[in-house]
Design a protein around this ligand. Structure first.
Ligand code: URA
Length: 245
């Protein structure tokens, strides 16, 4: 048995707090009866409706995918391109990606059907460190990398300070491999940060998400997260939320 608001949040209806409001407003029915008290618990056999629509209830599942390049971070694509859920053909649960990686970016992506977990990780206040490795055109000056470390102005505002490490340079080809750690998750953020210092990103890979890595996986592989990993990731997001509140 679980609290009604928790079941609603997990189904992706709304945050727990907003779900509580929906309950108080009389918009939620359990087995056909309106419930307005907050203490109610439901089991998997109870039918829950919000605004007259039955919610989907599945056991929560959590996966890590090594996303290849050339795949959309979505559950469907109107142009028929490959999407990240194509890597789970046998799975009955309807999972979706937590955040996104660009079509041309490879690397670590978390997928789940737990709406509350996904919201927690994607909330701007709860951002977890993400480590990317970028191959860029040209060899950036130390001073320009310092700009990324301090935070740089993009059209949607200044970025938070990043950690930047030059891993290698290829003088002949005129390219550099750079590791960059950020905790925000803006659209095309790493590519735009490097563009802002005059370097096009030729290749981008997300290597780490919090403490999760791609260890043991090849491109296109997926594995389930262990219950302990899920707990730890949740704790990490809450910790950063508390720091930033
Ligand atoms: N930053 C980007 O530019 N692209 C991604 O896919 C992820 C982060």
């Amino acid at each position: 048995m679980e609290r009604l608001q928790k079941v609603m949040a997990r189904a992706g209806i709304a945050s727990r707090r907003k779900s509580e409001e929906l309950i108080k407003e009389g918009k939620v029915k359990v087995n056909g009866k309106v419930v307005t008290e907050l203490g109610v618990k439901v089991s998997s056999s109870d039918r829950v409706e919000v605004n007259e629509v039955q919610i989907e209830r599945e056991e929560p599942v959590y996966f890590l995918l090594y996303k290849p390049r050339g795949v959309i971070s979505s559950v469907s694509d109107d142009k028929g391109r490959k999407v990240v859920t194509d890597f789970f053909p046998e799975l009955r649960e309807r999972i979706y990606p937590v955040g996104r990686l660009d079509y041309d970016t490879s690397g670590l992506l978390v997928l789940t059907n737990d709406g509350e977990f996904a919201n927690l990780l994607m909330h701007p206040r709860n951002q977890i460190d993400k480590v990317y490795v970028a191959k860029v055109k040209g060899i950036p000056l130390r001073e320009n990398l310092r700009k990324l470390e301090r935070g740089i102005h993009l059209e949607d505002g200044k970025t938070a300070p990043a950690k930047v490490k030059m891993l290698s340079v290829d003088k002949k080809k005129g390219t550099a491999i750079i590791e960059i750690t950020i905790h925000e998750g803006r659209n095309r953020q790493v590519r735009r940060m490097f563009e802002a210092i005059g370097h096009e990103v030729l290749k981008l890979k997300r290597e780490r998400y919090g403490f999760l890595t791609l260890k043991g996986l090849s491109t296109g592989d997926a594995r389930e997260l262990t219950p302990h990993e899920v707990k730890q990731i949740r704790a990490l997001a809450m910790e950063s939320a508390n720091k930033n509140s």
